[in-house]
Design a protein. Structure first.
Length: 276
């Protein structure tokens, strides 16, 4: 009897605390960041993740693909409610001081800058001496291509057994919550190409996992589940950002020890594997 009473009190405490947490809608800044955080200005950065690899010497200019033409882009956005990944990759790259970023890789940004430049150069409406003459754009030396290999892949509902126990001994609601916790994994790659030669100079893989806490909270019904349901996909999006963070760190470590590959006779001149 006492066990039943204690169980009921525990359930009541959980049910009361969840709405209280939901109702605390205080607005604050700087609390919803991913592994990529802070800001960058030139080669300086503020609030960057301490785990981010940095380069003492900038290696060149780079164009970062915005991913909008990739097969994974729209499906990823629909599943995670993340509108884009590229700005956070750009932030991490600039904070690392490894590359100077150009607009070329982002089609929308590059197109808009071209329109503005054309208007300021040719409309005749802007002041003399505005320095709008041709020949000022900086070319990209390298091209960085992000790819999502595995997104939101379930590694199993590790709480399923625990959920069954809690549901049978304590309360069906708690059993559903525990059983709803599910780990998911994101695996990504980054590929770096030399633009002039089209040769790949580096490639790296990164991974991260996340748990769908918000989805598990739907066991409480429309109140708590509805309020937190919008966040159920967010951890998976953050895990993908973390995976790219992991991949970029690995790439920087490799580039710090970079050695150009040599082929006898020169690149693109038949190779060493001869055919009789």
């Amino acid at each position: 009897m006492m066990n039943a009473i204690n169980s009921s009190r525990s359930i009541l405490a959980v049910l009361v605390s969840v709405p209280m947490l939901i109702s605390c809608a205080n607005v604050s800044t700087g609390t919803g960041s991913t592994l990529v955080s802070g800001a960058a200005g030139g080669g300086a950065s503020v609030g960057a993740n301490a785990m981010l690899e940095r380069c003492d010497k900038t290696l060149g200019t780079i164009a970062i693909d915005d991913g909008r033409q990739a097969n994974w882009y729209h499906q990823f956005g629909a599943m995670t409610q993340v509108t884009t990944i590229e700005p956070l990759i750009r932030l991490a790259v600039q904070q690392s001081n490894c590359f100077v970023i150009t607009s070329v890789g982002n089609q929308r940004t590059d197109s808009r800058l071209s329109q503005i430049t054309d208007k300021q150069r040719n409309s005749g409406e802007y002041r003399a001496g505005s320095k709008q003459e041709k020949g000022q754009r900086v070319a990209a030396d390298y091209y960085l291509e992000p790819q999502i290999i595995i997104n939101n892949e379930s590694t199993g509902q590790v709480g399923g057994i625990v959920g069954g126990v809690l549901g049978g001994l304590v309360h069906p609601g708690l059993g559903a919550i525990a059983g709803g916790f599910e780990s998911r994994v994101s695996v990504v790659t980054l590929s770096l190409f030399d633009i002039r030669s089209s040769v790949q100079v580096s490639a790296s893989e990164g991974s991260a996992t996340a748990s769908n806490f918000g989805a598990a909270m739907s066991a409480f019904g429309g109140g708590a589940g509805g309020a937190l349901g919008g966040f159920s996909r967010t951890p998976e999006g953050k895990a993908t950002v973390a995976a790219f963070f992991d991949a970029f760190n690995g790439m920087v470590r490799a580039l710090k020890n970079y050695e150009a590959q040599n082929v006898d006779g020169g690149l693109g001149r038949g190779g060493a594997l001869k055919v009789n």
